[in-house]
Ligand binder design. Structure first.
Ligand SMILES: [Zn+2]
Length: 482
């Protein structure tokens, strides 16, 4: 039954009229059945008006500013107004125990790998290319791409990531590509689908299939998904992307590889990793307005090289943040921000003589890293007019983070609490495009039991066909060195 707003508000819920209170979902000693039932979000029309009341607002928009306590008015899919004591005639959500901020924006994640999360924890980049983009990818079926994308996207939403670029190099066949897009769509996340190469074979249509994909899935300007080409360092592929009118995203791990494409770089290109670039290449990126995405934890763990955070900044480039692979790292942005923040400050301390070396870059602040995790990601995904900050007129991609949890109580610096104290457990409520996707700590409209059984079946298919027997501890791929 669809409950109208008026019915819901007078429905004897025991809450103050019209006020839904995200927050502590159970009190100590409370054991009745209702305490374990997932809370139901307000059932709202798509064009409903919602007031987020009294939250600590980190807008990431200098014109809006931050507030210790203020309101956000959401009308339909968009943010209508931000400020103290806003008037409204819609539903009110009590945000007084919340930090309210834009959702995180990931600029590079291989979401098709959702079924093989944490499978290669000790692996290097070489191990990854042998086992994951080698062995495992070759046995993927379209349904494995679908469920992989879906669980990766739902994990992202659960962690407050509201926009993600899916670097989808599972283009084994058009059916694989279409299934990955369907998985992404089914999650309700805002996304950039970056079509990429898969395992070579007769059915692989990369890169020319991008024309079919654009015409089949990406007509609407207002859609939740936009299209990009997950390209190689290849002038022909970049030309195709520009002919089709989509952004270019490319892994750059080598040294000197970008020099032959000097004239092809530009603001529609995002280069990923960039740990081993020459200074001449950095200068080309800076001069051309090319953006840079860094996956700091993965680069440190797998051996891409030192994440070039300070290097990018010394050339005036703000890097965005990417998870990259969940085979070896979690999909949340708290892990990412802490890695960025700590590593950049170490790199500043290790700078050489400021007179002799490039201009000295200051230590990153906690606010700086939140900006990279939100607004800079939106810029690099070509979505800065749509998301990345709490700005009237932008889409309502908003997260509510619990201040009343033991890991951050009491909050004495909101940015510090978000970056250094919080984790996915603090992500109470998530709006994407004005729709509630997570409510009081639980994903909304997600049949977790069904999805779990599908993803386990997919994992079982992949590991058995990849020839990975289960080890005595329940793992599949032997640890490096074994
Ligand atoms: Zn990658």
């Amino acid at each position: 039954m669809k409950i109208s707003r008026r019915n819901f508000l007078s429905g004897g819920t025991g809450l103050a009229a019209g006020v839904f209170a995200p927050g502590l979902s159970g009190l100590l000693g409370k054991t009745d059945e209702s305490a374990s039932r997932p809370p139901t979000p307000p059932n709202l029309d798509p064009d409903a008006t919602i007031l987020l009341k009294g939250g600590t607002i980190l807008s990431m928009d200098d014109d809006v500013g931050d507030f210790e306590s203020a309101d956000i008015l959401i009308q339909g899919s968009k943010i209508a107004e931000i400020g103290p004591d806003l008037a409204h005639d819609g539903t009110t959500i009590d945000a007084s125990d919340m930090i309210v901020m834009p959702g995180f924006v990931d600029t590079h994640r291989h979401m098709w790998q959702g079924a093989i999360r944490n499978i290669l924890p000790d692996g290097t980049l070489g191990d990854y290319m042998e086992h994951i983009t080698g062995n495992a990818r070759s046995v993927f079926r379209p349904q494995d791409a679908y469920i992989g994308d879906l669980v990766s996207a739902l994990g992202a939403i659960d962690a407050g990531v509201t926009t993600v670029l899916d670097w989808s190099h599972i283009g084994n066949s058009p059916e694989h590509t279409d299934a990955a897009i369907e998985g992404l769509k089914a999650s309700g996340i805002r996304g950039v689908y970056a079509y990429g190469v898969g395992t070579p074979g007769e059915r692989n249509r990369f890169p020319d299939d991008i024309r079919r994909i654009r015409n089949g899935f990406f007509h609407s300007e207002d859609a939740m998904l936009t299209l990009a080409l997950a390209a190689g360092i290849n002038a022909g592929q970049w030309k195709l992307a520009r002919d089709v009118g989509v952004r270019i995203t490319v892994h750059v791990n080598g040294t000197g590889d970008l020099l032959p494409l000097a004239d092809e770089l530009g603001p529609d290109v995002t280069c990923i990793h960039c740990a081993n670039l020459l200074d001449d290449e950095w200068q080309l990126l800076a001069d051309s307005g090319t953006s840079v995405s860094i996956a700091a934890p993965i680069e440190m763990q797998m051996g891409h090289g030192t994440p070039p955070i300070l290097k990018a900044q010394s050339f005036g480039i703000k890097p965005s943040i990417s998870v990259d692979v969940e085979t070896q790292m979690p999909g949340d942005f708290f892990t990412q921000m802490r890695s960025f923040f700590s590593l950049q400050r170490l790199q500043v301390q290790q700078q050489g003589d400021p007179e002799r070396d490039r201009p000295r870059v200051p230590m990153m602040s906690v606010r700086d890293v939140v900006e990279l995790a939100t607004m800079q990601g939106a810029r690099d995904n070509g979505l800065d007019k749509v998301t990345g900050s709490l700005t009237p007129g932008k889409k309502a991609d908003i997260i509510l983070l619990r201040k009343n949890r033991i890991n951050v109580t009491p909050v004495n610096n909101p940015y510090g609490a978000v970056v250094l104290g919080m984790d996915t457990g603090n992500v109470d409520t998530v709006f994407i495009n004005g729709v509630i996707k997570k409510w009081k700590g639980t994903l909304v409209d997600v049949d977790f039991d069904r999805i779990r059984s599908e993803v386990v079946a997919s994992r079982d298919h992949i590991v058995s066909n990849a020839g990975w027997p289960k080890q005595s501890d329940g793992s599949f791929i032997p640890s490096a060195g074994n």
